[in-house]
Every structure is written in structure tokens, then in C-alpha cells.
Design a protein around this ligand. Structure first.
Ligand SMILES: [Zn+2]
Length: 57
């Protein structure tokens, strides 16, 4: 699973999973917000290990 050619939107790579190093895409984002310091924070669900992680850059 996971090799579909449909839906080309949100294919941008966010980063990689710090747990298993799988690539995290825009479609995996659960929450995106900005801290008071203006930093963008993202929680994404890793499609490979199903962990909720902060994407590593
Ligand atoms: Zn992972």
C-alpha cells in the first residue's frame, strides 16, 4: 500500500520521521500551528510506523 498515483496535491516533503526515517508528506499532517515566537510547528502521523512525530529536517 501507499504507492497510489492519484492525488498529486500536497506531495511536498515535510521532512522525515525521527523514529523510522520515512518521508513525511503534506498529507500526513495532523496539526500545523505557529508558536508565539513565530516558529512553525507541525505534528504529523508517520505513514510507516504510525507514530505522531515532529518531522525532522
Ligand atoms: Zn516513522
Amino acid at each position: 500500500m501507499g504507492t497510489g498515483m492519484n492525488g498529486d496535491s500536497q506531495r511536498s516533503l515535510l521532512g522525515s520521521c525521527p523514529d523510522c526515517d520515512a518521508g513525511l508528506m503534506g498529507t500526513d499532517v495532523l496539526i500545523q500551528y505557529e508558536t508565539r515566537a513565530g516558529q512553525e510547528r507541525i505534528f504529523a502521523e508517520c505513514p510507516a510506523c504510525r507514530s505522531v512525530v515532529h518531522p525532522a529536517y
